[in-house]
Design a protein around this ligand. Structure first.
Ligand SMILES: Cc1cc2c(cc1C)N(C[C@H](O)[C@H](O)[C@H](O)COP(=O)(O)O)c1[nH]c(=O)[nH]c(=O)c1N2
Length: 234
């Protein structure tokens, strides 16, 4: 995979164990708060191999149950494959619209919910539940832990991408088995995340779904309880 970007070489450094400087601490929170789900603003610029491998390595340093590292990262640049996945999205998205109450269907249809063909790179993140062997430390009583571990990898990738100026959009309005056929993913492997990745000029200050009035952020105080479950619902 040729590297077609001209960005300077950058090696993340790992000063393991020591405290963060104020600037490092601020940078971590900046990545968390300014990360966005990106759908429609991808620039056509190629995503170079070096930066791609950095965000994949960040993903690969996620925690995983029993250290099973159940993930694989299928990098898709092939236009025909992307087009076929976009078709799967279009069918599922039509079905999805009709699942919402009548008065929300127009608003749903007006949302942009994928950037499959406009993003220069798609990454399919999968989970191999067999990787840790028949009994996995930590997953003995909660069998979904392999999937949850894979989601941790996705989040690492998403945050690292933000720091690199790369937008990431997660597309889940897809029939898993249809995408697996297009990508030749064998049966026992689960598709966890289909991600659209590309350089962007800037990131929205708040979630697009919030900006478009679909749903607002819930106040943290409504979500945190002490000692006793006390959800207000919604
Ligand atoms: C598991 C999962 C699945 C999806 C998403 C996220 C996650 C975590 N999101 C993105 C989601 O809409 C977005 O994260 C929220 O709206 C909050 O916005 P920010 O991510 O903060 O920009 C998402 N967005 C979208 O446009 N199409 C999609 O199919 C999905 N699917």
């Amino acid at each position: 995979m040729p590297d077609t970007t001209d960005q300077p070489a950058f090696q993340p450094h790992f000063a393991a164990g020591g405290p963060f400087s104020d600037a490092e601490r601020a940078a971590v929170y900046r990545a968390i708060y300014s990360r966005r789900d990106v759908r429609g603003q991808f620039l056509p610029d190629a995503v170079g191999d070096e930066v791609l491998m950095r965000i994949l390595d960040a993903a690969h340093h996620a925690p995983s149950v029993g250290f099973m590292q159940p993930w694989n990262f299928l990098v898709i640049r092939d236009a025909e494959k992307k087009r076929r996945v976009a078709e799967i999205f279009a069918r599922a998205n039509d079905e999805a619209a009709s699942m919402f109450p009548q008065d929300r269907q127009d608003a749903y249809r007006a949302l942009k919910l994928e950037g499959i063909t406009s993003a220069p790179v798609n990454i399919c993140v999968t989970c191999d539940g067999t990787r840790g062997g028949p009994v996995v430390l930590g997953a003995t009583h909660m069998p979904d832990m392999d999937l949850f571990s894979t989601v941790c990898a996705v989040q690492n990738l998403w945050l690292a991408a933000r720091a690199e100026g790369l937008g990431v959009g997660w597309v889940s309005i897809l029939k898993e088995h249809e995408v697996k056929v297009v990508l030749d993913i064998p049966e026992p492997i689960r598709l966890v995340a289909y991600l659209c990745v590309g350089r962007v000029d800037s990131f929205f200050a708040s979630p697009e779904l919030e900006q478009k009035g679909w749903r607002m952020r819930i106040p943290l105080a409504d979500l945190v309880f002490e000692n006793r479950w006390n959800a207000k619902g919604g």
